[in-house]
Design a protein around this ligand. Structure first.
Ligand SMILES: NC(=O)c1ccc[n+]([C@@H]2O[C@H](COP(=O)([O-])OP(=O)(O)OC[C@H]3O[C@@H](n4cnc5c(N)ncnc54)[C@H](OP(=O)(O)O)[C@@H]3O)[C@@H](O)[C@H]2O)c1
Ligand SMILES: N[C@@H](CCO)C(=O)O
Ligand code: NA
Length: 428
């Protein structure tokens, strides 16, 4: 007997998944056991890129998650509600769930996994982070014997696409965003991409898997790329860096707390993440004893994401075809406790800052003295340009506690010679 899927959503990812499932030759033979039983959408009038028998398409998503015939619910509608309620109903009805919905998992993961564990079913989410890149399963299984100390990466394709084109073509932010939306990379509301929220959801999920505890999304520090300017991209380039939106989860060596954050970052050109361009994503996992492992690939788009969704479906088909009643501990998510996350003021990092100053003698000296008063040591100071009457000075610091750096900046802002501080970025 075939395994019956109830797919919720036939947008970018839903369509890619149906296309893959309708074209099984040369792929894993288990795919032939899958039946696309129902597909739930919002509108029956839309022109679809895939052909499905008319009785398969429905706008009644509740009926799909309550249908006794459905074995696996594949949630690809996105957003918080009704996705959360539909997932919970499916789980309570004893159905396994596959989802690409990082927003729902990052916020309601505790409720969703508790319900799944109570019902003895699985929630698989490979597509939720890194699109087609296998990273969830490696963290849960292949790498889980390591003590992880850092998970860092470029996990949002839209912003990486925008930053790459700004860097290589000097393009303007809004034109490139429109292209990313047209290509199906951006979320329905692109603010989630641009403001770093999508990446925050994803690093919360990766941190939870890497560090073995629940993550409170509100503790994840998040800055997007709106303030990254062409001027900063050019200065970074001259100083030997590229600017990337990084998502980082790092365990402090001297304590049990984690730093979990998303922000535009100056990445040295020699670092493995510096060469990840366009819509590609990469996740660098560092642990003991493995050392560094990097996962690279397409982080968004219909086909790539469908690959991840369908691999989860395949895992569940294998589960359904084996007769054990005991849950597989490598497939469940059994975290109970929350990880302790340290505030951003405790972060120790290098900074890049750009100042506009009056063109007076001794300004660089005053900046240096002010930084010195707060224990901030400078790695480089560059003055190359002018913006109108104002001199432009760029500094890169050595490692400093963020709280101390902010205090130094507050004092510098009060200097008579300082006009403004247009940019402030962290350096890897
Ligand atoms: N796009 C990517 O590259 C990508 C990559 C990784 C993960 N994801 C995740 O995958 C999920 C789906 O993304 P997507 O890009 O495929 O979205 P999308 O193109 O906007 O498609 C959403 C689909 O869900 C249906 N839908 C939405 N709300 C509904 C509701 N209330 N009732 C019934 N149907 C509803 C829509 O129906 P209609 O077609 O009738 O409007 C549409 O078919 C999201 O969680 C997203 O974060 C996307
Ligand atoms: N909007 C997301 C899709 C993949 O999750 C991105 O740009 O990476
Ligand atoms: Na993935």
């Amino acid at each position: 007997m075939g395994v019956k899927l109830g797919i919720l959503g036939l947008g970018t990812v839903g369509t890619g998944t149906v296309q893959l499932l309708q074209d099984v030759v040369g792929r894993n033979p288990l795919l032939q056991e899958i039946e696309i039983y129902r597909v739930g959408v919002r509108s029956l009038d839309k022109v679809r890129e895939v052909e499905l028998p008319s009785h398969v398409l429905t706008t009644d998503l509740e009926a799909i998650v309550n249908d006794r015939e459905v074995d696996i619910v594949v949630e690809l509608i996105g957003g918080l509600e009704p996705a959360r309620s539909l997932i919970l109903t499916a789980l309570k009805n004893g159905k396994h769930v596959v989802t690409a919905n990082k927003a729902a998992i990052a916020r309601f993961g505790a409720e969703i996994f508790t319900t799944a564990n109570q019902s003895g079913v699985y929630v698989l989410l490979e597509a939720a982070v890194g699109g087609g890149i296998p990273v969830i399963q490696p963290l849960k299984q292949s790498l889980s014997v390591n003590r992880i100390n850092t998970v860092s990466g470029i996990v949002n394709g839209t912003t990486n696409y925008i930053l790459t084109r700004m860097q290589t073509e000097g393009s303007n932010f809004s034109d490139v965003l429109a292209d990313a939306q047209r290509l199906g990379y951006a979320e329905a509301d692109p603010t989630a991409d641009v403001d770093g929220l999508d990446a925050a959801d994803k690093i919360a999920i990766l941190a939870s898997l890497g560090f073995g505890g629940r993550i409170n999304l509100e503790d994840v520090y998040c800055e997007g790329i709106r303030q990254v300017s062409k001027t900063d991209i050019t200065y970074a380039e001259k100083l030997g860096f590229v600017i990337k939106l990084l998502a980082i989860a790092k365990q402090y060596t001297d304590s049990s707390s984690l730093s979990v954050r998303v922000h535009p970052t100056l990445v040295p050109k020699t670092h493995p993440l510096a060469s990840i361009n366009g819509v590609y994503n990469a996740i660098l996992v560092e642990g003991e004893p493995i050392g560094q492992v990097m996962f690279f690939g397409p982080g968004a788009g219909a086909g790539a994401t469908a690959s991840a969704v369908t691999s989860d479906i395949l895992n569940l088909v294998a589960v359904l075809k084996t007769s054990t009643t005991q849950p597989n501990p490598l497939l469940i998510c059994g975290h109970q406790d929350y990880c302790q996350i340290s505030p951003i003021t405790e972060l120790v990092t290098r900074f890049y800052a750009r100042f506009l100053t009056k063109d007076q003698p001794g300004v660089i000296g005053k900046l240096g003295t002010c930084f010195g008063n707060y224990g901030v040591s400078l790695e480089s100071v560059v003055q190359t340009g002018f913006q109108g009457e104002l001199a432009e000075i760029v500094v890169v610091t050595h490692d400093v506690r963020e709280g101390d750096f902010r205090q130094a900046l507050a004092a510098i802002e009060n200097l008579e010679a300082i006009d403004s501080i247009p940019s402030l970025l962290r350096v890897l």
